[in-house]
Write a protein that binds this ligand. Structure first.
Ligand code: ADP
Length: 542
């Protein structure tokens, strides 16, 4: 016997319909690439997205066609998202920070037909164009007056859009149709295409809006600093309009001063980004003795959030930190750290012990940790193993079947992370499986050591890698960027760590560097560091 409820496909564009109907005047503020601060609302964004759908249809774009974007977070990029998916085409967000060869690879692999790009990336596109034979059109997210001179054909977005009269309706189609596409940054092997469906995006946004998750409401002013090209923008471009939260889009500027300016003038209540962004903001706040009177919550994920960062946001700025874990393949939110009643009364260091964890999964994410034989391990907050997840917004395959079968016998996806889980279901990542330092019979968590190191007052950023060792196989090396004007002694840093971890986990040495390399998604590039500090001698010379 079937239920007798209506068939109402979970199409993503219904989210924008909802926002435009019930939260029509809620603001969307953008720092444009041209420099100005632009203001619009959900009603207008929907009207323009519909025009975009109409224009794409006139260009011959059909269900399932891939359309690429190379853009910062602005209202125009948002219009692209909804305009593309509203006719069942697939919005492929390309990360402009990738290497040129990777951009060429993924645009060709996805067989993108049209590319929307910001002015900033026109030089990249010009250079790559000869290698992109399937790309039919490049539309630049600006008007004719700001269109750069170019040897390739560039179409100004505003004029192109203005050719539509807006007399158009979105289509309804199977909720399992593809809506979005995002390639993993390829830190291991070639980039692989993760394909989100309308259904997975809608369910994921509903999940994200639970109070124990992002918990957005129509009273929030959300600033996604996390770029729209990074892991589905952590669902924010769906979750915010779903509840009518205002959006503040930071455009191309993500330095401490620019982020602070928007947090302050736009009275942002919640924001989200990787730890490196918050390092820059906190340095700016400290340097200029500033406060954050409007900001209530900051979502930090993509890499482990250092304990010192959580503490500073809370103690100095009275801002709640929500530590989040996820990956492109999980849409991406997998776990968030909010306090359940079991932990709500904790204070001081004990509270930080919990907040430092990556948190607990919401309904729609199932999680397990296993050993290498796929046997489930105990949830005792100590025993660590492979972290695996399952759910309606978790990938089951990559585009074109790259990488083969992704799921184990129970249908779980292996995240490549190593983690432990406590009895209340709080997960803590100890490492990426390829970054774990295997010293003698022990596994040393690079993340734990990094988090302790950045708690030292003279350390701006820290990375820990395994360096080959004759006797132990590998030993940890601490790589440090000192704070401006500071020059801590090696032994001082090692003593600082020794006070907090087992003796065998204390790094053998410290290398001071000017800068730690980051990947296109803001993670520490451990591969590059391992290459540089291949031997203990190389470390000693640093
Ligand atoms: P990339 O394309 O850079 O791999 P993802 O966002 O998909 O981008 O990366 C996902 C990985 O990032 C996770 O598997 C995990 O290793 C790491 N990660 C994400 N959030 C956290 C976190 N809060 N703490 C530790 N690691 C994290």
């Amino acid at each position: 016997m079937h239920g007798l409820m209506q068939d109402w496909p979970l199409n993503c564009h219904r989210i924008l319909d909802h926002a435009a109907t019930y939260h029509s005047e809620r603001e969307i503020v953008s720092r444009l690439v041209e420099g100005e601060i632009h203001r619009t609302d959900y009603r207008t964004v929907r009207e323009r997205s519909l025009k975009l759908s109409q224009r794409l249809t006139a260009e011959g774009v059909r269900l399932g066609d891939r359309i690429a974007t190379l853009g910062w977070n602005t209202m125009r990029h948002l219009e692209c998202w909804y305009g593309i998916i509203g006719i069942g085409a697939v919005c492929h967000t390309v990360n402009p920070r990738l290497f040129a060869e990777q951009i060429v690879y993924i645009i060709n692999h996805a067989e993108d037909r049209i590319l929307f790009t910001d002015i900033s990336f026109v030089p990249i596109v010009e250079k790559l164009m000869p290698q992109l034979p399937k790309l039919e059109k490049v539309i630049v997210l600006t008007d004719a007056a700001h269109l750069p001179d170019s040897e390739i054909d560039l179409v100004p977005y505003e004029e192109w859009l203005a050719e539509a009269d807006g007399d158009f309706a979105w289509q309804s189609f199977d909720e399992n149709c593809a809506a979005g596409m995002c390639y993993t940054s390829g830190t291991t092997g070639v980039p692989k295409g993760v394909v989100y469906s309308h259904r997975s995006n809608v369910l994921h946004a509903m999940t994200a809006n639970q109070v124990d998750m992002l918990g957005l409401s129509s009273r929030d002013r959300m600033m996604p600093v996390v770029p729209m090209f990074h892991a589905n923008c952590w669902s924010i471009c769906y979750a915010a309009p779903m509840v009518g939260a205002a959006l503040v889009m930071p455009g191309p500027k993500m330095d401490g001063a620019s982020i602070y300016e928007l947090l302050d003038t736009e009275k942002v209540t919640i924001t989200a980004a990787v730890p490196t962004v918050w390092m820059m903001l906190l340095a700016h706040l400290e340097e200029h003795d500033l406060k954050l009177p409007h900001l209530q919550r900051v979502v930090i994920g993509g890499s482990a959030c250092p304990r010192a960062m959580i503490e500073k946001f809370q103690k100095v700025y009275d801002v709640e930190v929500i530590h989040a874990w996820g990956m492109t393949e999980t849409s991406p939110l997998g776990t968030l750290c909010t306090l359940k009643p079991e932990y709500a009364s904790l204070a001081g260091e004990e509270r930080l012990d919990i907040l430092e964890k990556q948190g607990h999964p919401p309904f729609t994410v199932e999680m397990k940790i296993t050993d290498d034989m796929d046997k489930r391990l105990a949830w005792d907050g100590k025993t660590f193993g492979r972290l695996k997840v399952r759910g309606p917004a978790v990938a089951r395959a990559y585009f074109k079947g790259e990488g083969g079968t992704l799921l184990d016998e129970e249908g779980f996806f292996d995240t490549g992370d190593v983690a432990h889980v406590d009895r209340h279901g709080y997960m803590q990542i100890t490492d990426r499986s390829k970054d774990v330092i295997k010293s003698g019979g022990e596994w040393i968590s690079s993340i734990e050591l990094e988090n302790i190191a950045v708690g030292h007052p003279a350390v701006a950023e820290a990375a820990v890698i395994g360096v080959a060792h004759e006797k132990w196989g590998e030993r940890p090396l601490l790589v440090v960027v000192a704070k401006r004007g500071e020059s801590p002694a090696k032994q001082e840093l090692l003593d600082f760590i020794a006070a907090k971890v087992a003796k065998w986990a204390v790094p053998d040495d410290v290398a001071f560097v000017e800068e730690i390399p980051h990947t296109a998604t803001g993670k520490i590039q451990k591969m590059a560091l391992r290459e540089r500090f291949r031997s203990p001698e190389a470390a000693a010379d640093a």
